[in-house]
Design a binder for this molecule. Structure first.
Ligand code: 4AD
Ligand code: MG
Length: 454
């Protein structure tokens, strides 16, 4: 049987004979009995097996090294008063496969850096068991949320000709060595997608509410703890919706995910709270119990100016309208000022993408970022420009050839009344809900500059 099942109803198995196959996490010889601590991967909780020297093949069994695989048959014995609620008193143990002596993951503290070098093994540790179980659960919660709210899941292409954000951070895909793209596979320059948004927008005009959830790629040369070259993004798009609707959707979705984890992943969250971030549970509780804050960009600039005047030591102290907020500013706003997740709205158009709806003031766009304590930007989104002429003009101003996006721009001419959407960085969300400090530790096999292992 599986440990998960045993843990969820061990009282039912009291005194019963069970059989499990699992990996040895530790093995020690006592005076009268020996102890095997096992895990089969189905739960973060280990199981303790007790056996005596009378057992068959005692010599072989007692030689089982850490990471070996054993099959244990024995009786479930409840152990009230001990840290673990039950143990197995073994009647038979089979050493199915013996691991070598110098298994890299011996039972001791390892640094996150060392564990990244053995990413093929680190998922066996309790920390990574917790993180990747939460990652899986959060993905499920996201699909559940959209499904419950009548969204259509659309698979936007990974190979593409468009740089949705116009930021020039695409990875080129080619079968040639000479950069002669006309002769290349697609007969033109192709890239890995940076965002499925533009394609999703066209589907929103057909289905009203859609979302993408897939890998995205950015050749951003930033060596930060929050940027990866390959990351997953959730991008909903809703037709007939405006910025306010967008903000409400973001908040509802984030709360749904946290609620789901509270219902289904308490063991993992508690482990993260003990090992990655003190106060994690309380932090997550405040997310579901409170409204998020909303601070318009211009107000944020005033707050930051005042902070500098009051002596807050930002690296970038030159704060004025037009500044692209840095992580330090973002964190100050949500951690020090509002002390909770904070929407910043209506950014200057110069620092945002071409597709965002221009506000009547002529200088800002209907954009929204969600900033969260400990991370900074978790979500970026906007209401989309609905005016065909304005969109074309904005493309040109930002050096984007409108011809290349003819199909996207054309959507505005075939009956178009508002559309809004956002992108939530899945890894940043997982960092936020687990307390993991580095994006490399929430991706199974992270891809970052100068790092392509496994
Ligand atoms: O703010 P961004 O660039 O927005 C878009 O891509 C829009 N097309 C979304 C939309 O409106 N449909 O990216 C969205 C989010 C960011 O807020 C951040 O959480 C995450 O994606 N993100 C990254 N995460 C990890 N590594 C990177 N290099 C990231 N770049 C963005
Ligand atoms: Mg952004």
């Amino acid at each position: 049987m599986e440990l998960k099942e045993l843990y969820s109803s061990y009282e039912k198995y009291d005194g019963k004979e069970i059989t499990i196959i699992a990996r040895v996490r530790s093995h020690r010889q006592g005076k009268a009995v020996n102890f095997l601590v096992l895990n089969d991967g189905t739960t973060i909780n280990d199981i303790q097996v007790v056996y005596k020297s009378e057992i068959e093949k005692y010599e072989e069994v007692s030689s089982a090294r850490v990471s070996s695989i054993v099959e244990v048959s024995g009786k479930v014995v409840l152990t009230p008063g001990k840290p673990q609620p039950f143990e197995i008193s073994a009647s038979k143990i089979e050493l199915l496969d013996q691991a070598i002596e110098n298994y890299p993951l011996q039972k001791k503290e390892h640094s996150p850096e060392f564990l990244r070098e053995i990413a093929h093994l680190r998922a066996r540790t309790k920390t990574f068991q917790s993180i990747f179980r939460i990652r899986s659960a959060a993905a499920f919660a996201i699909h559940e949320f959209f499904n419950q709210n009548n969204f259509i899941y659309v698979h936007t292409p990974i190979l593409t000709e468009n740089d949705a954000e116009g930021a020039g951070e695409t990875f080129v895909v080619t079968t040639r060595t000479d950069a002669n793209y006309e002769e290349d596979f697609f007969g033109k320059k192709a890239a890995l997608t940076v965002s499925g948004q533009l394609n999703a927008e066209s589907f929103a005009q057909a289905f009203k509410k859609v979302y993408t959830f897939g890998p995205t790629f950015r050749a951003e040369n930033s060596y930060t703890s929050r940027h990866a070259a390959e990351f997953w993004m959730i991008e909903p798009e809703v037709a007939f919706a405006d910025l306010k609707d967008n903000i409400e959707l973001i908040e509802k979705m984030v709360k749904h995910i946290v609620n789901y984890l509270f219902k289904n992943n308490m063991d993992e969250l508690n482990f993260c709270a003990q090992n990655l971030e003190e106060g994690l549970i309380e932090k997550l509780k405040t997310i579901i119990e409170n409204d998020f804050a909303i601070t318009p960009y211009e107000e944020a600039i005033e707050i930051l100016k005042k902070a500098v005047a009051d002596g807050v030591d930002f690296e970038e102290k030159n704060i004025e309208f037009g500044l692209d907020l840095g992580t330090e500013h973002e964190r100050y706003l949500c951690e020090v000022v509002n002390k909770k997740p904070t929407f910043v709205t209506n950014y200057p158009k110069e620092i945002k993408a071409f597709y965002m709806k221009q506000n009547e003031d002529g200088k800002t766009v209907a954009a929204v970022d969600l900033l969260v304590p400990g991370i900074g930007e978790l979500v970026g989104g906007s209401q989309r420009e609905d005016d065909y002429e304005k969109l074309i003009t904005r493309c040109k101003e930002m050096n984007i050839d409108p011809e290349e996006l003819w199909w996207y721009n054309d959507l505005r001419q075939y009956g178009y009344y508002k559309s809004a959407g956002f992108g939530l960085g899945f890894e940043r969300l997982i960092m936020y809900v687990t307390g993991a400090a580095n994006i490399r530790d929430v991706l199974p096999f992270p891809r970052t500059p100068k790092n392509l292992l496994f």
